[in-house]
Write a protein of this length. Structure first.
Lengths: 461, 460
């Protein structure tokens, strides 16, 4: 069979690229070795958001008295939370299948292996077939990493893949790695009553976020009863009998921690093995595929998008890259992805969202920086919701008012960040944001107030 | 359906046009009315619209290339249409050249051979907006960020530009739709700025002077003995057109001096009235000429050359205009432009004052519309503001005459045997001797003089 474009992998990058190619009039086949939608829809973003919503509801039940609601006995069944998350994921995956049908994209189950510049072999259950492709888009994504010498058995030592599937909540859990994945699972399991310890080798949780965000979140997690330990090096993870023992080194002292289960959340590695990259001569760097601004690899006509190309391993970045690759193939001159303007979101409670530079990075850039902060305790809507934790912080260039970075901890932070994403795309300055009327009462008023604070005249603090 | 996109003729004087840029790419869908390209004419940048719908199949003339009016510059067609015949057929009609004045705007496709087996394939690109012609565009920089005088720039780009003194009008935008974004301004800042360096050099060598006192600066002498400066499109047009006038058109000149006291008094009185437009000396002269032209139609006339190829002499005629459309010469840094104030014979002085000011301002801003750049029946050039006592002007064909106006100067005048100080203005009319004779020009001038010396006539 011959197609204009063959997409390998149907995660958020791959399926968006396939649809965009089809929209532009190209014939498209997509190869998937799991279920359409990739990790994001099936095992990552979407099912974990369902679990986190359960965690949030459980949290509200615990706070029922605060709202004047007296509960009798109630029970939060973790297995049913997982089942609900599976239904959510199934529905979203079916949505991708529907979109493929609607856009007349041929979905081929199996593993796609590059056999030439214009050829892919699909190795499925029922044998192999070779597709001829005008252009190729590789979107094979990433998979969880482990620490050297630590085997993920998905029973006692689990990755996010195992954790998202398991209907059994451990009584105690050690999360290794305090990035977005680690913090989100810590939230879910702690909400369902597990004793959670989070270990982070760097000096703070969510190390990619602003310092203030990290320390605020660590404080709030600790208040919820979790143990947060930063600057801790894991020396060994030993499953044995009923649980797992983790040897850690902290400030030169060795210590052994034990728990029912260990979640490895130390990052993800590109899935680049066994798909014919080496034979085709696709250039790689540090485990990730090297691409041009239009997502083309070192091999002409072969494009790569999403996690396998590194930089931020985020679904929305992959989608944006998918559109760029599709439009480049269709001969449009797409606007390259602006990697400096990709929102970063963590969906734990309270949520964390950011865009652009941290305050420290902005100051390190030797700019004259102005910073405005606004706490949600001073925001009417947040008080009414009973969600007053956190703040919104705007980092701007003092001379021009350029918005260098925005950092939010708080309820619905992930929804609020886009105001600044749009603003930065349009190169709005603090003044444009200040002159934008924000509805009252909304959480988003914090954006206005923090911006005013950066200009030196916040009203409500 | 196949639609040819031809280089439009946007003014009488336009002979060639340059494609500045295509706003659509080959393969882009276009529908009637879409702005598809920007064209640089001799005097302005103009956007052209698509007439037919379909896909821009072929860009025949690329950005930066100059072609004669009527030349095929692109092809719009349905994706399935075979455009090979259009693309290869000679697009410039081999018909005899039509005199510019006889060819109304928009008839650029006249004479194009009809190719068989096509439903229709012509388009008249329409003028939509005239893009200002600034020094940057004269230098042929594609300036898509500047549309109708508005600079498209992000707020941040504007702020950085205002803080660093960068002129956004001189920057090419690289953002969506040519929007100027931060990197463009920063790029302009990083680029060497010759004028800034030139300004800095003498300043450094000048000893400090007391503030408020203008420093005496010895002008820096360029190190080269001479330099060759490329003609701006406007200068090139002037260079090409003037010999076509001064050479073939036999000029004669008639000069007269006008006593301006009463006209100036009237002007002062008019300008003292609240809520009335300010009237200039030129406005008074325009009004006087308009009235005098209607009275002397022989001066408001032009020689119609016989079409090339026709028997010489035989078909020539004189066209006598019954409207006074007056061209007003406006000096620009890069040359000269003569926008046309139409129907001056029926416009009251106040309206002439308002409209002439607007025309001159827009001429300086490069925002004239195409119809305002052609169609004059007579022209006025006033150099009075440069302390010029008198001068003579070159006729702007196909017009038959032009009036050159000098300064109003105080001078001793003989008045009923007495010498007193009077205010006088000299006017010189240049006339096409093929169309009129000395006496006709003199009578016209006499009428203008009388109207100005009895200026209440200008108000009735």
């Amino acid at each position: 069979m011959k197609y204009d474009v063959v997409v390998v992998g149907t995660g958020p990058g791959g399926y968006v690229a396939a649809i965009r190619c089809a929209q532009l009039g190209l014939t498209v086949a997509a190869i998937e070795d799991d279920r359409p939608g990739g990790v994001c829809l099936n095992w990552g973003c979407i099912p974990t958001k369902a679990l986190l919503r359960n965690a949030e509801v459980v949290g509200l039940f615990h706070r029922a008295r605060e709202f004047g609601i007296t509960l009798g006995t109630w029970e939060a069944d973790y297995a049913q939370a997982v089942q609900r998350s599976r239904r959510v994921a199934d529905r979203m995956a079916k949505g991708v299948e529907f979109l493929f049908r609607k856009n007349k994209i041929t979905l081929l189950p199996g593993t796609g292996v590059l056999t030439g510049r214009n050829a892919v072999e699909v190795r499925g259950k029922d044998g192999a077939q070779t597709l001829e492709a005008g252009s190729l888009i590789l979107a094979t994504g990433s998979e969880p990493k482990s620490l050297p010498g630590v085997t993920i058995d998905e029973k006692l030592v689990v990755s996010s893949n195992g954790a998202v599937r398991s209907e059994v909540r451990p009584a105690s859990l050690i999360v290794i790695g305090a990035g977005a994945v680690g913090m989100e699972f810590a939230d879910v399991f702690a909400s369902y009553g597990a004793a959670v310890t989070v270990l982070e080798a760097l000096s703070r949780v969510l190390p990619v976020e602003d310092d203030e965000v990290s320390s605020q979140l660590a404080r709030l997690f600790t208040r919820r009863g979790m143990t947060i330990r930063t600057g801790v090096t894991v020396r060994a993870v030993t499953p044995g009998g009923a649980g797992v023992s983790v040897e850690v080194e902290s400030e030169g002292k060795m210590e052994t921690l034990t728990a029912d289960q260990v979640l490895m959340a130390v990052g993800r590695a590109a899935r680049t093995k066994g798909i014919g990259l080496e034979a085709a001569g696709v250039a790689m760097e540090r485990g990730f595929v090297t691409v041009s601004a239009t997502m083309e690899t070192s091999v002409k006509g072969v494009y790569a998008i999403g996690d396998m190309t590194g930089r931020q391993l985020l679904a929305h970045k992959a989608m944006a890259e998918g559109v760029v690759a599709a439009e480049a193939i269709a001969g449009r001159e797409p606007r390259p992805v602006d990697y400096a303007n990709v929102p970063s979101c963590t969906y734990c409670r309270p949520q964390v969202a950011s865009i652009g530079s941290s305050e420290a990075a902005a100051r390190a850039g030797r700019r004259d920086v102005t910073v405005g902060r606004f706490p949600f305790t001073a925001n009417g809507k947040a008080v009414a919701l009973g969600e007053t934790e956190g703040f919104l912080k705007v980092v701007a260039d003092k001379a021009t008012g350029e918005v260098l970075g925005v950092h939010i901890v708080g309820a619905e932070a992930t929804e609020m960040i886009h105001e600044f994403a749009v603003g930065r795309t349009l190169e709005a300055t603090l003044e444009e944001i200040v002159h934008t009327i924000h509805a009252h009462p909304t959480l988003s008023e914090a954006a206005l107030e923090a911006t005013l604070a950066a200009l030196g005249h916040a009203i409500h603090i | 359906m196949i639609t040819k996109v031809l280089m439009p003729k946007l003014s009488d004087a336009m002979e060639t046009g340059k494609v500045i840029q295509w706003l659509k790419r080959e393969g882009d869908a276009v529908k009637g009315g879409d702005v598809i390209a920007e064209i640089e004419t001799d005097k302005a940048n103009v956007e052209i619209e698509a007439f037919g719908s379909g896909v821009l199949r072929r860009i025949v003339v690329g950005p930066g290339d100059q072609v004669p009016v009527g030349e095929l510059i692109g092809i719009i067609a349905d994706p399935a249409d075979d455009i090979s015949k259009v693309a290869t057929a000679p697009s410039t009609p081999k018909a005899p050249p039509v005199p510019a004045a006889a060819m109304p705007s928009g008839s650029a496709q006249a004479g194009t051979p009809v190719l068989p087996a096509m439903e229709s394939y012509q388009s008249v690109p329409a003028t939509t907006r005239v893009v200002p012609l600034s020094p940057a565009t004269v230098a042929a920089a594609p300036e898509s960020a500047r549309v109708g005088g508005r600079v498209k720039a992000s707020p941040l780009a504007r702020k950085i530009a205002s803080q660093s003194g960068v002129d956004l009008r001189l920057i090419e935008g690289s953002g969506p739709g040519g929007r100027i974004v931060r990197r463009d301004v920063e790029g302009a800042l990083a680029a060497p700025r010759p004028e800034a360096q030139a300004a800095a050099a003498p300043a450094a060598a000048t000893p400090a002077v007391a503030p408020g006192q203008p420093a005496f600066v010895v002008p820096r002498r360029p190190e080269v003995e001479f330099e060759d400066v490329a003609l701006t499109p406007m200068r090139a047009l002037i260079a090409r057109r003037m010999p076509l006038s001064k050479g073939p058109v036999p000029h004669f000149y008639v000069t007269s001096e006008v006593a301006m006291e009463r006209a100036l008094d009237l002007r002062a009185e008019l300008n003292g009235l609240e809520g009335q437009p300010r009237v200039s000396v030129t406005d008074l002269v325009i009004r006087a000429c308009a009235l005098a032209l209607i009275k002397n139609p022989g001066v408001n006339a032009s020689l119609q050359s016989p079409a090339a190829g026709a028997a010489a002499a035989g078909a020539a005629s004189i066209r006598v205009h019954h409207r006074a459309h007056i061209g007003i010469a406006v000096a620009l840094p890069q040359g000269l432009i003569t926008p046309v104030l139409r129907d001056c014979d029926i416009k009251p002085l106040g309206q002439i004052a308002v409209e002439s000011r607007d025309l001159a301002e827009r001429a300086r801003a490069g925002k004239l519309r195409a119809p305002e750049m052609s169609g004059a029946t007579f022209s006025i050039s006033n150099l009075g503001m440069y302390d010029v006592e008198e001068f003579s002007a070159i006729i702007n064909p196909p017009e038959g005459a032009i009036l050159a106006v000098g300064s109003v100067v105080e001078k001793p005048v003989a008045d009923h045997g007495q010498i007193r100080i009077g205010r006088r203005m000299k006017m010189t009319i240049s006339c096409d001797h093929r169309v009129m004779d000395g006496a006709m020009g003199a009578r016209f001038l006499q009428d203008v003089k009388r109207l100005l010396e009895e200026p209440l006539r200008l108000l009735v």
